[in-house]
Each structure stands twice: as C-alpha cells, then as structure tokens.
Design a binder for this molecule. Sequence first.
Ligand SMILES: [Fe+2]
Ligand SMILES: [Fe+2]
Length: 119
Amino acid sequence: MLAAPFDKTKLLHNHRVAGVTGSVIPTPGGGHVHQIFVNTDFFFNHFHEVTVTTGPAILIRDGDGNIIGHVHAIIGTTSCTFFHTHDFKGTTLIQNPLAPIGCIAFPPDSSDWLKFEED
Ligand SMILES: [Fe+2]
Ligand SMILES: [Fe+2]
C-alpha cells in the first residue's frame, strides 16, 4: 500500500495488510467475488480500515496449463485516519497454497468448480 498524499512528503509512509477474504459471493454467470474487511498495521499513531469487494476470480495455471487455483484483483482506498488515506491495488493470494500437489481446490461437484471449466 502506498505512501503519502500525492503532493505531500512529510507523512511519507506505507502500511501492510494481511487477512482472509469473506465467503464466496456468487455473481451472474457462475463466477464469484469476495468482500475483505481488515485493518492495516500501525504506523506512528494510526492504522486504516480496508473495506473492498474483489474482482472476479482469475485462474492460475501451472506450467502444463493445469488450473491450480485462483486469485482476485483488488483496488481501493483506505479509510481516512490521521488526515489521510492510501490508495491501493493488488491481488489476493492463491487459495489453500499448502494443499498437496495434485489435489484440487474444490470438489468437482461444487458450484465453485463450475467456473473453472474450460469454454
Ligand atoms: Fe497511513
Ligand atoms: Fe475466490
């Protein structure tokens, strides 16, 4: 997450966030998004709230083209605290990254699996 307001340098700092997304929110066409509600870390005397709805799932493939999971893009602005906000953009991390190689993230009969199928 980036630093001071565009034309200011006195409050130059950044924050970090970590957390988990909310549950799946189905969208028309079989996809889904998530909501994220987390606080940033502290800097000096403040932190910010991050409240954002992700974009749709972006498939992640291994070197052989196999789907190994998905991520979501996020973009937004933090809450205003101590007279400033921070704009941010990024992605979530792949879900269940510790699953054994070869395991699928969702059972084939789940609704989440449907959005991963090839056209
Ligand atoms: Fe800040
Ligand atoms: Fe997702």
